[in-house]
Design a protein around this ligand. Sequence first.
Ligand code: UDP
Length: 322
Amino acid sequence: MKRILITGAAGFLGSHLCDRFIKEGYEVVGMDNLITGDLKNIEHLFKLKEFVFYHHDVSKFVHVPGTIDYVLHFASPASPIDYLKIPIQTLKVGSLGTHNLLGFALAKKARILVASTSEVYGDPLVHPQNEDYWGNVNPIGPRGVYDEAKRFQEAITMAYHTYHKLDTRIVRIFNTYGPRMRLNDGRALPAFVGQALRGEDITVFGDGSQTRSFCYVDDLVEGIYRLLMSDYVYPVNIGNPVEITIKQFAEEIIQLTGTTQKIIYKPLPQDDPKQRRPDISRAREILGWEPTVQREEGLKRTYTYFKSLSPEELTKSAHRFK
Ligand code: UDP
């Protein structure tokens, strides 16, 4: 039985990856410091003998007894309001955390896949973004703590590959949505759905003309699975190339939820990218992958999840840290 370490296991993407690898017949070792992750996302796995969990911060030395065949490094705050609140931890998990896991993978002779991001392209001047674009990042802006940590992550991962011959993979993840997003993580979808469910107005930042391209989580997990199993070591974009303005997106959520609330406009956060759409030619060619879940369907599934949350969870303040 193959054994995989998944960091950020209690988070949105990490928990879906745990489910997928359990389903594929792996023994899964989950690791999370539970700062932005939630055990609720993985509590259904604790009864399985194929699953173990370590409450640990990967910015500190990582040790797991026994063999490990694969490592997925998905630990990091990932929403703008999170990395604004905990900028140092964000920098540390992307840099020190990645270094620790690369060293760990080397010691275990494991293959490692690191979660990079479309944020390495910053506020992109090339559209759509392909993997050869070097990006337009403000290193000292509020998002720099995430963007530069992830850029460093890519650099050190390639260095381990070339210098130590470590078996590495890099996925650049574009906006992803689905069940288990944190309702109060500040991102557009949970923000809009939470507002609709609580009967509040829908807050669009700026004039809402900025664009994003939203990928359903199951599609993303499939792309990551294929990349891990491939022999391709350079970065690969995984995301849905269907682009939409944030205003249109807010209108879709209003329609989906049937809320009678209106859109209100708030200031655009600093360095908020004006446009974002992945060029997925590489993923198509190398992995034979492309998204299959239409936004209408994905949003329905996600809304069903949010509706199932308790009233306490819905009314929780805009943000929380334990
Ligand atoms: N956004 C918004 N209202 C909100 C939350 C987000 O208009 O309540 C906008 C945000 O300014 C950005 C887009 O939605 O332009 C996507 O934001 P998100 O935080 O989901 O992810 P990002 O792609 O910026 O990392």
